[in-house]
Design a protein around this ligand. Structure first.
Ligand code: CTP
Length: 400
């Protein structure tokens, strides 16, 4: 099952050059499992054909002529009522004006007015049209009524000028839609705290001790928890990754910074997924200035970092129903995981063998064993996002 399976989206496409990007958007939403009913306005059909959308959604794409066709039921009512979300991308100034005023003179605006689903609008137009008081007033009114307005962004415009008016990129619109349509999931209302990435322990202003953690597993966990409807705070060490849309991202660098942030965020969390690869040791002192080669080979004395999981379990609130630790092992996986489960007093350990080529640091796959009081569950090698989904599913069980 995909994350947007059984979600119906009416994707309204209006007459802007950005309508060609709507095909990519329709494809991305379809790939997430959504049923995407595309409705083109007459102006949009000048830029792009219904066939393009049908090819990527595998479903009929509609134009105004279909309004009076014989679809069995009144088409605009069916489209509007069955939709979980009405998305208009690109949304022209004209269509925004119609939506603001409740005008319904084409299939798209009729369907939008009929349904009770939330509206997500991604404006695209010339910069001056966007800046005009009329458009601004329409957008303000739509936002006040609860519509989600995405963008527009600034950049190159079709007129050749640079300004605000570009449609938000399809990947970003897809991420926003994913967030909005998953709010009612099994973990709705739960606060899930996730840590990710490796920490950096400063030697001097340019050098640090760190590890090869990419943060991929932790970021995938954040996305999986969001997909399950949770409110997610992600405490992350430095990574090259973008946080999933909807995450409350708290960036940290060192283990000590991570400790402080995690203790703060854990106060009102319902669950902690401690996937970060925390450095166990840090230089006793970090040099204020860059260490020069001419000074000879430095001797770096290390001291132990605090154990973040231990600090959380010590001050554990009753609200915190599940603490899940991660263990990266290069030998005796199961025994070490069992030991950590007890020693760290956590509810579950997700253990992986980092000596395997398809598990652990830097790769996209992982092979893990879930160890808890309830027993041991070995999972086959799978994508880190898949592992994340299984872990979050198990997490759900701690709340019942
Ligand atoms: N962890 C932590 N604070 C640390 C080190 C680790 O909270 N200073 C957490 C990790 O985020 C992970 C779990 O403890 O969830 C296990 O991490 P791991 O590095 O496998 O365990 P260590 O306790 O460091 O044991 P060792 O490195 O000796 O195997």
């Amino acid at each position: 099952m995909s994350v947007l399976t059984e979600k119906r989206i009416v994707l309204g496409v209006t007459g802007s050059i950005a309508s060609y990007k709507a095909a990519d958007l329709a494809s991305k939403l379809t790939q997430l499992g959504a049923e995407v009913d595309v409705v083109l306005t007459a102006a949009a059909a000048q830029f792009i054909t219904p066939l393009t959308f049908q090819s990527v959604t595998g479903r009929r794409a509609y134009v105004d002529a279909d309004l009076w066709g014989n679809e069995g039921h009144v088409l605009h009512v069916r489209l509007g009522k069955e939709a979980n979300l009405i998305l208009v991308a690109p949304a022209t100034a004209n269509t925004l004006a119609k939506l603001a005023q409740g005008r319904a003179d084409n299939l798209l605006t009729l369907a939008a007015l009929t349904g009770t689903a939330p509206w997500v609008l991604a404006p695209a137009m010339d910069g001056d049209m966007y800046a005009s008081p009329a458009t601004q007033a329409n957008l303000a009114q739509l936002a006040e009524r609860g519509a989600h307005i995405l963008g527009p962004q600034s950049g190159h415009l079709a007129s050749g000028m640079t300004g605000v008016g570009r449609m938000v990129e399809p990947a970003e619109i897809t991420a926003q839609v994913r967030y909005l349509l998953t709010r009612g999931g099994a973990l709705a209302g739960r606060r899930v705290l996730v840590t990710a990435g490796g920490t950096q322990e400063a030697i001097d202003p340019v050098r640090a001790i760190t590890n090869r953690s990419s943060g991929k597993q932790g970021y995938a966990l954040a996305q999986a928890a969001l997909d399950a409807g949770a409110e997610v705070t992600l405490v992350s060490g430095p990574t090259a990754l973008a946080a999933p849309t909807g995450t409350n991202l708290r960036l940290v660098r060192s283990a000590e910074e991570m400790l402080a942030e995690v203790l703060e965020q854990a106060k009102d969390a319902d669950a902690l997924l401690m996937a970060a690869a925390v450095a166990d040791f840090r230089p006793k002192a970090s040099a204020a200035q860059k260490i020069k080669r001419a000074g000879g080979t430095p001797q770096i004395e290390l001291v132990a970092n605090p154990d973040i999981l231990a600090a959380v379990t010590k001050t554990r609130s009753r609200k915190l129903k599940a603490i899940i630790g991660f263990a990266a092992e290069s030998q005796d996986l199961l025994q070490n995981a069992q030991k950590k489960l007890k020693a760290k007093q956590v509810d579950m350990i997700v253990a992986n063998d980092i000596s395997a080529s398809d598990a652990g640091f830097e790769v996209d796959t992982n092979q893990v064993v879930l160890v808890s009081k309830q027993g041991v569950q070995e999972l086959p090698s799978m994508g880190k996002d898949e592992v994340a989904r299984v872990v979050v599913e198990r997490l759900g069980k701690f709340f019942y």
